[in-house]
Design a binder for this molecule. Structure first.
Ligand code: NAP
Length: 266
């Protein structure tokens, strides 16, 4: 990595910082990765799909120094190997735990497998990646951890009890770790999007259409009805909040769970 100059630091305040974004090849994660590159950070993308990672790296490389690492955040060995490889590009200063999945089912149809899948990808994945990145941040005495939770981490929604439980867990982990690291130069925050325009929402719309015989327009309208702005959030709007939390001047922001949802929760 190139050393940061003074000009870089004022124009691109994350110059010299290495950020790792899980689930960074598409959706909200890809927007976050692009926004971090624009602020001067070098970025490592992590996801399961090697082809998607290669495409994202090719797409983003004009914006800065970016590389992709294949891993399943729910698999401890896979996380350890990917973080060791990513750390060869420099200590991970910024960790964005964004990888996630949202499957829905009525509670009595939520079997043990769905329950475990939601907890392991959304909550345990955050735990594993944070444990992998934290020692380097502690050595440097500087770090930013941003967990992409959800409004489903702040309030309940019917038919997604496992996802909601996992995202509430992510916020509990965020608050607890923020206190534990408060004197170490490391901040830990959560960003909580409402329904955001990505593949995840496309899948949710398809699922509603299939299960309820509503049209795609009706299904989409149902999702946006809860947002006072009556629209989906744009991935770039979530990325903007994440980047702000990573800036040097955001050091007093700690332990917060910030909704990016047009006022859906307050
Ligand atoms: P998305 O478009 O479905 O993308 C999900 C990303 O996570 C992909 O890059 C995927 O990559 C990665 N991923 C999923 N499972 C993984 C695993 N086991 N290991 C590693 N990577 C994994 O979803 P999104 O909408 O961008 O969501 C991003 C985050 O925002 C999630 O945590 C989600 O819960 C949260 N969120 C989304 C919304 C929304 O409405 N879209 C609202 C609130 C919160 P691979 O498939 O290549 O592994």
């Amino acid at each position: 990595m190139m050393p940061a100059t003074r000009a870089d630091n004022s124009m691109r305040p994350l110059s010299g910082r290495h950020a790792l974004v899980t689930g960074g090849a598409r959706g909200i994660g890809a927007s976050i990765a692009r926004a971090l590159l624009e602020q001067g950070a070098s970025v490592s993308l992590l996801g399961r799909n090697r082809h998607a990672l290669d495409e994202a790296v090719a797409d983003m490389s004009a914006a800065g120094d970016v590389a992709g690492f294949a891993a399943d955040v729910a698999d401890p060995d896979s996380v350890a190997a990917a973080f060791a490889a990513a750390a060869s590009r420099g200590t991970i200063d910024i960790l964005v735990n964004n990888a996630g999945q949202a499957h829905s089912a009525p509670f009595l149809k939520t079997d043990a497998r769905l329950w475990r899948d939601m907890l392991s990808v959304n909550l345990e994945g955050t735990f594993l990646c944070t444990q992998a990145a934290l020692p380097g941040m502690l050595d440097k005495g500087w770090g930013r951890i941003v967990n992409i939770a959800s409004t489903a981490g702040l309030t309940g929604y019917a038919y997604v009890s496992a996802y909601c439980a996992a995202k509430h867990g992510v916020i509990g982990l965020t608050r607890s770790l923020a206190l534990e690291l408060a004197t170490k130069g490391i901040t830990v925050n959560a960003v909580c999007p409402g329904y955001t325009d990505t593949d995840m929402v496309k899948d949710t719309v398809a699922n509603i259409v299939q299960k309820t015989a509503r049209s795609p327009e009706q299904a989409r309208a149902e999702l946006t009805a809860g947002n006072p702005q009556k629209r989906l959030v744009a991935p770039e709007e979530v990325a903007n909040a994440v980047v702000w939390l990573c800036l040097p001047q955001s050091a007093a922001m700690n332990g917060q769970a910030i909704a990016v949802a047009g006022g859906e929760v307050m």
